[in-house]
Design a protein around this ligand. Structure first.
Ligand code: TYD
Length: 205
């Protein structure tokens, strides 16, 4: 038995968490066996790592340290949560996955795709998402939404140039991959959710 692995991707403020919450309601209503998880975090160790990575006090963190911490959190999540759930035939919804590292660390930090792939390979093995929902929004809009929300974490405090690299990076990394569905994040919340649910029906039937 093998479950289905679904990933939500997009820049900060794109609405991934809102959409993930709505999708959870749908899966629950339809009595699907599912788990929802997030990156960085999702395990005891991963949540501790999240506390380090996103803490704005650690301004001295090197880009390489940052990349390794995301990969470490992910490796633990794969072993403890994602692989067991897929083996039990469950639907796994992850708010972010390795494409986030490809974009933020590989492109925006400039560490490169090869390095990021190599560092993440031992943790991920040959597990790949069956479907990636990429919610695309203009960078200014993402930042505007985030600023309204709450105190910004270490990555969200980065410059507008950084977020521009992230937005462009997403379009580059996720382009022309058959499992990726790009959705216009400026659409109304309910419309985005309708698109996601329609795709989920196809995937789970
Ligand atoms: P996220 O949990 O989406 O933020 P929030 O809970 O505030 O919506 O992600 C936290 C930050 O981590 C976000 O700025 C993106 C960044 N990130 C990376 O840089 N690389 C990664 O591999 C992942 C998973 C996230």
């Amino acid at each position: 038995m093998r479950g289905r692995f679904v990933v939500m991707e997009g820049p900060d403020g794109s609405g991934k968490s809102t959409q993930t919450g709505l999708l959870e309601e749908y899966l629950k209503e339809n009595k699907k066996e599912y788990i929802i998880t997030r990156e960085p975090g999702g395990t005891r160790i991963g949540e501790a790592i999240r506390g380090i990575i996103l803490n704005p006090e650690y301004r001295e963190m090197s880009d390489v340290t940052e990349m390794l911490l995301y990969a470490a959190s992910r490796a633990q999540l794969m072993k403890d949560v994602i692989i067991p759930a897929l083996e039990e035939g469950k639907v796994v919804i992850s708010d972010r996955f390795v494409d986030s590292s490809m974009v933020y660390q590989g492109i925006a930090r400039g560490l490169g795709a090869q390095v990021v792939s190599a560092v993440n390979a031992p943790g991920i093995g040959d597990h790949r998402p069956d479907r990636v929902f990429f919610i695309d929004i203009p960078e200014e809009e993402g930042l505007r939404r985030k600023k309204e929300q709450k105190k910004l974490d270490r990555l969200e405090q980065e410059s507008i140039d950084f977020h521009q690299l992230v937005s462009r990076g997403y379009r580059e990394v996720l382009a022309r991959r058959p499992e990726v569905l790009k959705i216009d994040g400026m659409l109304p919340v309910e419309e985005i959710q309708r698109i996601i649910r329609r795709e989920m029906d196809l995937l789970l039937k």
